[in-house]
Design a protein around this ligand. Structure first.
Ligand code: PA5
Length: 448
């Protein structure tokens, strides 16, 4: 089943049918290259058939570990950065009650996040909060040596061992890491933690449908089978055999590359549901790390509307005309909230009385799409019927597949990220990490 609808009609006055026709063969070739596994970065294509290859045994193992963790704790900290946390957070935030963490009676543990920054206050405040709570940790790191995650995990491990005891701590820590190598694997073996493997051939930003995403999502109480089913259906719907005109990932990849060739160098992912904020963060990493290289690439930005219409709206409407928007729309909200009648009507809103809040949201969305298109901002529209596991699975795979195709169409290796090493080298040199002696000397000389 293909639930996702892609509408590129509001791009037509910026890229013509002829422009799309011209790029179509390149996109088809890129799709073939991806499926043939002969392009750049082809040792990182494990994500391509992941949804259709996850087994019942895989699900059962994750569900059992999640149930055990859920039975032991009230809070779970997901410790990871980049591809090792954004996918899980995107799905968990997208599906959670916005105020769940404030409720006294909760069905699910509260999910917290660490290891994605080096904020001293953040970590101190987190530890202070957790010191008298029943909490567990899912530490996620493919390399097992990422500084941000390792610092947070060192602190969390010490706290859980001190507060719950070393024996119980073993059950309250789950590690998701490389199958054989890395510090986290060694530590997990030594301590006897439950571990899950990040497959060698799946890079961080494409890993949400591996235990990287599925373990925290299952712990948070969501249906990982439905999530993967949605992705599997999208895998079928975007297969290389599905012709261009019916293949949403090919059309999206073609449209954004055609826009890029018309000097639209910034793509803004737009949502009208605050719960999708982290979905946008996930998408930004997916496209930013995949395409921003060799001095090329669309810059992926994100906004939450209508909130940001009151801040970024001015720039988008009238600023430099180098942007386009991709709007992620949810047809129907999960809850119903009607606007009440007010006898004084001082706010003059009685004309909306009895209408759903979402009706206003949808009119804001339509009005904005028209205004932005009129103002020179092409709009791509991506819509799914509801915000649930199945549809998030469709959205995830749709964007992943389009990203691989788009990167090859752009002419880059979408599966590496050499640029992220530059800051690490400097940071280690400045921190005088053993092994960095020469780099330390050089960087200190530069700063004199
Ligand atoms: O996409 C990527 O490769 C990165 O974002 C990594 O996921 C991130 O740097 C974390 O790496 P690791 O999982 O090795 O800790």
């Amino acid at each position: 089943m293909l639930n996702l609808k892609l509408d590129t009609s509001r791009v037509a006055s910026f890229v013509s049918e002829a422009d799309i026709k011209a790029i179509q063969p390149e996109v088809e070739a890129a799709t073939k290259l991806l499926h043939a596994g002969t392009g750049a970065g082809n040792d990182f294509l494990g994500w391509l058939h992941l949804p259709s290859s996850i087994t019942d045994a895989d699900f059962k193992e994750i569900e059992a570990a999640a149930a055990d963790m859920r039975s032991r704790v009230d809070y779970v900290v997901v410790a990871g950065i980049g591809g090792s946390y954004l996918g899980a957070r995107a799905v968990i935030d997208g599906l959670s009650n916005s105020f769940d963490y404030l409720l006294k009676e909760r069905k699910n543990p509260v999910m917290l996040y660490a290891g994605h920054n080096i904020g001293e206050d953040y970590l101190a405040e987190l530890l202070d909060f957790l010191k008298d709570k029943k909490f567990g940790v899912v530490v996620i790191s493919k390399s097992g040596t990422t500084t941000e995650t390792a610092i947070a995990f060192r602190l969390l491990k010490e706290l859980v061992e001190r507060t719950a005891g070393k024996e119980e701590a073993k059950h309250r820590i789950i590690a998701v890491t490389d199958k054989a190598k890395g510090a986290l694997k060694t530590l997990s073996n030594n301590e006897g933690y439950k571990t899950f493997v990040i497959p060698d051939n799946v890079g961080g930003r494409f890993s949400v449908l591996t235990p990287v995403g599925l373990v925290p999502i299952a712990i948070a109480g969501f249906d990982i089978r439905a999530l993967v089913k949605g992705a599997a259906d999208m895998e079928a719907a975007t297969d290389e055999k599905v012709p261009f005109a019916q293949n949403p990932s090919m059309i999206y990849a073609a449209t954004r590359n055609a826009l890029y060739r018309k000097q639209k160098g910034i793509e803004i992912l737009v949502n009208y549901q605050p719960k999708l904020h982290y979905f946008t963060e996930w998408w930004k990493q997916l496209y930013g790390e995949s395409e921003g290289k060799d001095l090329k690439g669309i810059f992926p930005a994100g906004v939450d509307f209508s909130t940001d219409l009151h801040s970024m709206g001015q720039w988008i409407q009238e600023g430099e005309r180098t942007i386009f928007e991709t709007v992620v729309c949810i047809t129907k909200p999960n809850k119903t909230q009607l606007i009440p009648e007010d006898k004084d009507n001082l706010d003059a809103l009685n004309f909306l009385a009895g209408k759903n809040v979402d009706h206003v949201n949808k009119m804001a969305e339509l009005g904005t799409a028209l205004a932005h298109t009129d103002g020179g901002v092409p709009n791509i529209h991506v819509e799914v019927p509801t915000l649930d596991e199945y549809n998030l699975g469709q959205l995830i795979y749709f964007f992943e597949k389009a990203c691989g195709i788009s990167g090859y169409t752009l002419g880059v290796n979408p599966f590496n990220q050499p640029g992220v090493e530059a800051y690490k080298k400097n940071m280690f040199a400045l921190l005088e990490k053993p092994g960095y002696e020469e780099a330390t000397k050089a960087i200190k000389a530069r700063l004199k």
